[in-house]
Design a protein around this ligand. Structure first.
Ligand code: PHB
Length: 395
C-alpha cells in the first residue's frame, strides 16, 4: 500500500518562489537553436495555485525526459495572466510578438483563453491548453495548431446530472460564477440532469471571481431542493465549501459539483469538504502505479500536493514531448508535428487518453467522494467521453 497523501510543509514558500521568479528579467533572445516555450498562466488571484501546479507538472514531465524537446534545449518565457480576460490578447502577444515563442502553454480561465486563441489563430503559433474548457476552442473555432489536454467545460458535468438523479435527487439548484466556464458547465449539467428526469428549480450565479455567497446560500435554504450542483474552482471553491457548511446546509442538502470544486482545496476547505460528490477526469486515489508514482514524485519535487491541474500540466508536457520527438525538434515541420500531436496516446496519471479529431481529450469521467482529505474514486461516471465538437472544421 502506498502513501497517497504526502505531508508537505513548504508549499507557501514554493508559491512565493514561483511568483518571485516572474520578476526575473526576460532572457536574452540570441540562442535561436533553443525551443522558445511561453507560459501564460495565472500566478495571482483566485486561480493562482492552479497556474503554479500546471507549470510544475509541465516542467516535471520535461525534466523526467531529460530536460529537452526533440533534442533541443529550452528557453522559458512567462506571463502572469491574472485570470483577467481584457488583458488576454495583449499578454499573449507579449509572448508571440515580443518573445517570439514557438509554443504557448496556457491557460486556466476560459475568458483569457479566448485572447490566446485569437492570437494563436492569427499567428499560427502552437497553442497547448492545459485547463480552460471554453467550448469554441475545440468546436466552431477549432484550429490545426490548437490542442487541449484538459476537458471541455461541459464534459465533467455531462457525467454529473444522471449520477444525481440515480442517487434520488430529482430537484436541484445550480450555482456558479457567471462566465463561459460556469455557463458551459451548466449546459452539460442541464442536458444530463433533465434527460435523466430531474428538474432544475433555480439557476443562481455571481460574477467571477466574487465570493460573497451569503445571499445565494440563504436563497438555497429557502428553496429546499433535493441537492445543489455547482461549478467553482481554486480559492473561491474553498470559500464556497466553507460558507455552505457555515450556512447550515451541509448534511441537509447534498452538495455536488464538477470535480474542480474539490481540487487543490481540501486543506483550505477542511472538514466542510468531507462527503462532497463530484465528477472529473481524475482522482487522487486512482490505484494505478502510474498515478501513485506521479503523485509521490510531484509531491517530493515540488513540496506541493498534486491535483488535476498538476496532471493536466504534466500531460501537456508529455504531449509536447511526443510531438517534438516525432519531428526531431523541427517545430517548423508543422504537418508532421500536428499529425504526431493528433495521434498521441497519453499515458497519463488519470489513465490513458487519446486526442479527438477536434484536439480535445477522449477520456473517462470518475465519480469521486471527498474522504479523509482525498478525492476517492467511487465509480466511473462515463467511459471514453468525447466532446461533440459541434461545428469543428479543421482548416
Ligand atoms: C475555465 O475558466 O475554463 C476553468 C477554470 C477553472 C477550472 C475549470 C475551468 O477549474
Amino acid at each position: 500500500m502506498t502513501t497517497r497523501r504526502v505531508i508537505l510543509t513548504r508549499s507557501a514558500a514554493l508559491v512565493g518562489a514561483a511568483s518571485t521568479s516572474l520578476l526575473l528579467p526576460q532572457i536574452v533572445r540570441a540562442q535561436s537553436n533553443k525551443v522558445r516555450v511561453g507560459l501564460m498562466l495565472p500566478y495571482t488571484g483566485t486561480f493562482a495555485s492552479l497556474g503554479v501546479n500546471i507549470e510544475a507538472g509541465f516542467r516535471m514531465a520535461i525534466e523526467e525526459a531529460g530536460g529537452k524537446l526533440g533534442g533541443r534545449d529550452i528557453e522559458w518565457f512567462k506571463v502572469d495572466d491574472e485570470s483577467d480576460p481584457p488583458k488576454g490578447v495583449e499578454n499573449a502577444n507579449r509572448l508571440v510578438q515580443r518573445d517570439k515563442v514557438d509554443v504557448i502553454l496556457g491557460t486556466v480561465h476560459s475568458g483569457v483563453q479566448m485572447g490566446i486563441h485569437r492570437v494563436a489563430r492569427e499567428s499560427g503559433v502552437l497553442s497547448i491548453i492545459p485547463n480552460a474548457g471554453v467550448h469554441v476552442a475545440t468546436r466552431a473555432q477549432c484550429a490545426p495548431n490548437v490542442f487541449r489536454t484538459s476537458f471541455t467545460n461541459s464534459q465533467p458535468t455531462l457525467a454529473l446530472g444522471e449520477t444525481m438523479v440515480k442517487r434520488g435527487h430529482k430537484k436541484a439548484v445550480w450555482i456558479t460564477w457567471k462566465y463561459a466556464a460556469g455557463d458551459e458547465a451548466f449546459e452539460g449539467f442541464r442536458d444530463s440532469y433533465t434527460k435523466a428526469g430531474g428538474t432544475i428549480v433555480k439557476e443562481l450565479g455571481l460574477p467571477f471571481p466574487n465570493v460573497e455567497f451569503q445571499a445565494l446560500l440563504t436563497e438555497i435554504a429557502s428553496l429546499k431542493p433535493d441537492a445543489v450542483a455547482c461549478f467553482f474552482a481554486g480559492a473561491g471553491a474553498a470559500k464556497f465549501i466553507r460558507d455552505y457548511a457555515a450556512a447550515g446546509l451541509k448534511g441537509k442538502i447534498p452538495l455536488y459539483g464538477s470535480g474542480f470544486l474539490t481540487e487543490g482545496v481540501l486543506d483550505a476547505a477542511g472538514p466542510a469538504a468531507e462527503g462532497i460528490l463530484t465528477t472529473l477526469h481524475y482522482s487522487d486515489s486512482l490505484d494505478t502505479k502510474r498515478n501513485q508514482d506521479f503523485r509521490r514524485a510531484f509531491a517530493v519535487k515540488n513540496k506541493l500536493q498534486p491535483d488535476v491541474y498538476a496532471v493536466q500540466g504534466y500531460d501537456s508536457g508529455l504531449l509536447l514531448l511526443q510531438g517534438m520527438n516525432a519531428v526531431k525538434g523541427d517545430i517548423a515541420n508543422k504537418k508532421a508535428l500536428y499529425a504526431a500531436l493528433e495521434g498521441a496516446v497519453i499515458d497519463s496519471p488519470r489513465g490513458k487518453w487519446t486526442m479527438s479529431k477536434a484536439h480535445n481529450p477522449v477520456q473517462d469521467m470518475y465519480l469521486r467522494e471527498v474522504k479523509d482529505k482525498e478525492n476517492k474514486v467511487i465509480g466511473i461516471a462515463a467511459k471514453a467521453l468525447a466532446d461533440p465538437a459541434t461545428g469543428c472544421r479543421m482548416a
